[in-house]
Design a protein. Structure first.
Length: 404
């Protein structure tokens, strides 16, 4: 093979930050390095971008040794990369730059599968219909929570360790509530009937049985791309139970039962946050039981411990003080009032408030004037009192023109 035939690799640029003149890896950089390690991806030439020469040298223990990594200063970046917010990937031709955490992470997965299509565990990271974190943060509140809000909250938390508050950041509490919601998957009836059967047969506690079945289902998906099932058909007693009466499934991972890219994004963030709480404010852990269970579940995923060790992450099992009383999260927290339904699950949102008037005002403020025509039948009305409630717009919290 001649020199001209040597395949060029795309370049991945990751930021190195400084705090009190000490270098550190921002969370977006740590997340990208963790994914590279988990995927065992060697399709990129990795550059650590620093404002100081040799600034990344003390961070070598947090950079997987298997990666091809070089240092570069900001002024030496290609112009296309310099115009983007890191992390960013410059393709082999130097003419296409991909920027933004979720975009870069999905591209790492794509290049890993391109090099080794047999990596079903890496393919599974993209989730149902391969849409995990596909929507950008500007339009998806779930992507924004995972990609921006939680990393930003954790980094802000770590900068002021001496002024820690017992109340976790709103974004962390939103994730905690999300992890406490029931899970819906395409074949959940089958798993829920198996769960009911095990509950009736077992003498163990309900919480222990729930954790056992969901986790087995999740790990089974990673290994054989299927969920656990009974060897024979369920008995008639189980089959006759109505779906609405079956026990709910609990979150194992952030998106539900299966380990996805969302968990990869969250793990370095939650790892640092929980380590800080354990050291400085362990009582705050009482407010995060679902997050702690998620944290333990993630460590059961094949490849996670290996990838974490390569990135200098030493897992532990955080515990809250047993003599403290749990502090209830605030009920009026605006961060918890969000909604997302993109095939990954749902968060809650307050009833829609608005309508044509606020929209028209915003348009007018931006120089767009709406022209209205009279309704052709202004005397038409609908007998809402005589119609089924299910078709009434107000039933779904939709505002009608009559109510404006």
């Amino acid at each position: 093979m001649t020199a001209t035939e040597v395949k060029q690799h795309p370049s991945l640029y990751l930021q190195v930050g400084f705090q009190d003149d000490e270098p550190h890896l921002p969370l977006h950089t740590s997340i990208a390095l963790f994914l590279l390690s988990y995927c065992e991806c060697k399709s990129f030439k990795v550059f650590l971008v620093s404002s100081k020469e040799g600034g990344s040298q003390p961070l070598k223990s947090h950079v997987p040794a298997a990666l091809d990594v070089s240092d570069i200063q900001f002024e030496d970046l290609p112009l296309l990369v310099k115009a983007c917010r890191l992390p960013a990937v410059l393709d082999e031709t130097g003419s296409l730059c991909r920027a933004g955490l979720a975009v870069v992470l999905r591209h790492i997965i794509s290049k890993t599968l391109e090099a080794d299509p047999s990596r079903k565990d890496v393919m599974a990271l993209l989730g149902f219909k391969k849409t995990c974190l596909k929507a950008c943060a500007e339009v998806s509140k779930w992507t924004r929570l995972c990609e921006i809000d939680i990393p930003s909250a954790v980094e802000a938390h770590l900068k002021t360790p001496t002024s820690l508050q017992k109340q976790p950041p709103p974004s962390i509490l939103t994730l905690e509530r999300r992890l406490g919601e029931p899970v819906k998957v395409h074949n959940d009836d089958k798993i829920r009937r198996q769960k009911l059967k095990e509950q009736r047969q077992s003498k163990r506690s309900l919480d222990s049985e729930q954790s056992s079945l969901e986790l087995r289902a999740a790990l089974s998906k990673l290994s054989v791309d299927s969920v656990p099932s009974a060897a024979t058909r369920e008995n008639s007693e189980i089959r006759k139970v109505k779906t609405t009466e079956l026990p709910p499934l609990e979150h194992v991972f952030a998106e539900g039962l299966y380990f996805t890219l969302t968990d990869v994004v969250l793990l370095p963030c939650i790892y640092l946050y929980l380590c800080s709480l354990q050291a400085c404010e362990a009582s705050a852990l009482l407010q995060l039981p679902h997050l702690l269970r998620w944290y333990a579940n993630v460590q059961e995923v094949p490849g996670v411990l290996r990838a974490a060790k390569a990135c200098g992450m030493a897992f532990s099992s955080p515990h809250a003080p047993i003599n403290d009383s749990p502090v209830s999260p605030t009920e009026d927290n605006p961060t918890s009032q969000v909604e997302e339904n993109e095939g990954h699950g749902m968060l809650t949102q307050p009833a829609f408030v608005g309508g044509p008037r606020p929209t028209m005002t915003k348009l007018k403020e931006n120089g767009i004037e709406a022209v209205f025509a009279p309704h052709p039948r202004p005397d038409w009305t609908l007998p809402w009192d005589g119609l089924p409630e299910a078709i009434n717009p107000t039933e779904g919290k939709v505002m009608t023109l009559d109510s404006l």
